[in-house]
Ligand binder design. Structure first.
Ligand code: T5A
Length: 209
């Protein structure tokens, strides 16, 4: 059995990751591929329970190290129970966020070092990395516009952090993409949904017809 492929969408809030993940999953299924679409934090019952702890608005929130450990624990369960078995069964896994989100949010913006985040990932998930990471880059003004339309009730605990935090996240993603050009493709996320989907498909040239 050939291993499946692991494709991850990364980027800030409102960049259009979930929208594009859905469109890519549909396009791959239309080509006859067996696709698992999933997200982080979450994707398994245990990881979804941790998601509620991380993103809920009650309580005092988490210190950066506890937050990083919770994301790593959720990812560990997700990788062990869902992602690795799906890849081993030859499926394509399309995931909304993965370890680069922890490197950007808990690392760069949250104050942990990249080495610390990658150590947690090695312990929790055997250091698994995507075959391809599609970074959707969007201007802060366009993200604000989309989220204001969608989230009339306000953002979650991490999405609601200040503009400096989100600027640090965006800068970190751009740096990761520049450092690993074979794994990352940066997609211009400011345009129309269909035009962005076309960029996504062009970033995956080796798809079966
Ligand atoms: N986090 C996560 C960490 O801190 N560390 C980690 O390790 C991980 C894994 C996750 C939070 O957790 C943090 C990051 C986040 O703060 P979430 O709710 O899953 O929280 O948040 P996001 O992943 O950011 O999801 P969002 O839904 O906010 O953003 P998406 O998925 O990028 O955007 P999407 O597709 O939902 O689109 C947003 C809106 O814009 C519209 C959509 O219809 C939707 O209404 N839209 C467009 N409108 C116009 N033009 C386009 N091209 C559009 N594309 C989408």
């Amino acid at each position: 059995m050939t291993m499946g492929k692991f494709i991850v969408f990364e980027g800030g809030e409102g960049a259009g990751k979930s929208t594009q993940a859905r469109l890519l999953a549909d396009a791959l299924r239309a080509r006859g591929l067996d696709v698992v679409q999933t997200r982080e934090p979450g994707g398994t019952p245990g990881a979804e329970a941790i998601r509620a702890l991380l993103l809920g608005l009650d309580g005092q929130g988490w210190q950066p190290r506890a937050e990083a450990l919770l994301f790593a624990a959720a990812r560990s369960d997700h990788v062990e129970r869902l992602i690795r078995p799906a890849l081993a069964a030859g499926k394509w896994v399309i995931c909304d966020r993965f370890v680069d989100s922890s490197r950007a949010y808990q690392g760069e913006a949250g104050g942990l070092s990249d080495t610390e985040i990658l150590d947690l990932h090695r312990i929790g998930s055997g250091g698994l990395l995507p075959d391809k990471t599609l970074l959707i880059a969007i201007s802060p003004a366009e993200a604000d516009r989309r989220l204001a339309l969608r989230d009339a009730d306000g953002a979650d605990r991490i999405g609601g952090r200040d503009a400096d935090y989100h600027a640090a996240v965006a800068a970190a993603f751009a740096r990761f993409a520049a450092a690993e050009p074979a794994r990352f493709v940066t997609i211009d996320g400011d345009g129309e949904i269909d035009a962005i989907h076309a960029q996504v498909m062009a970033a995956l040239p080796d798809l079966p017809a």
